[in-house]
Design a protein around this ligand. Sequence first.
Ligand SMILES: O=C(O)[C@H](O)[C@@H](O)[C@H](O)[C@H](O)COP(=O)(O)O
Length: 245
Amino acid sequence: MMRLNISSTKQNTAENFTDYLVELIKKNDNLHVALSGGSTPKIVFDELASRNLPKSGWEKVHFYWGDERCVPPDDAESNYKMTDEHLLSKIEIPEENVHRIRGEEDPKQEAERYSRVLKENIPEVDGLPRFDLIILGMGDDGHTASIFPYEIGLWNADQFCEVAEHPNSGQKRVTITGRIINHAANVAFLVTGEGKAEKVGQIIDKTGDYKAYPASLVEPYKGNLIWFLDEAAAQNITDPKGSQI
Ligand SMILES: O=C(O)[C@H](O)[C@@H](O)[C@H](O)[C@H](O)COP(=O)(O)O
């Protein structure tokens, strides 16, 4: 099931998504959540931290990452560092509930280790670890997690995590793959800004080269997909209401 949650501004999008996540935390005894990186999550993490959830709430949550740059955790490029600055350092989540991708390790070995981390920590459904929620962003090129259009074949990798490479910088990344993403109970895209509008419109309307964009492959088999968008990112969708299928 896919639905759109369209807000007027980026801040409203962050608030709506945070309401959704806080509700999930309250309704569940154990929540396994994969976080996205980049810049959009910063405003969401600040909003989430501002809600002052009690320690008893955070003790139910396990954080993972959908992807990580292969850099040390104190590097400006690190998704972990960004998350720590905007969220982890402000909340009472037990250290053992934070499952960092070790960007400082050998990428191939870390992809294998993290695949084991998912298998060992996340309850299986139909033989695969099933995240309660995977948060994804989308790049201007239609990439998601760290699966880029030129490497779209990574989506169908057998391993739960694979090594990717940024097309411009050549920066190595560790990313979860399509098997895990589409097995999640809930997937939430967080996409804002005019720069994303063209690809968002093509993916939602299934027009143009949408099949070339890894983000278009996100279709949870038995789960829910919600696009949290601001109006700027949603402006090209032909029938925003009708897309609430
Ligand atoms: O490590 C990363 O960069 C992200 O996981 C990546 O997939 C991100 O979500 C998109 O590039 C959107 O990034 P922005 O939110 O900064 O536009």
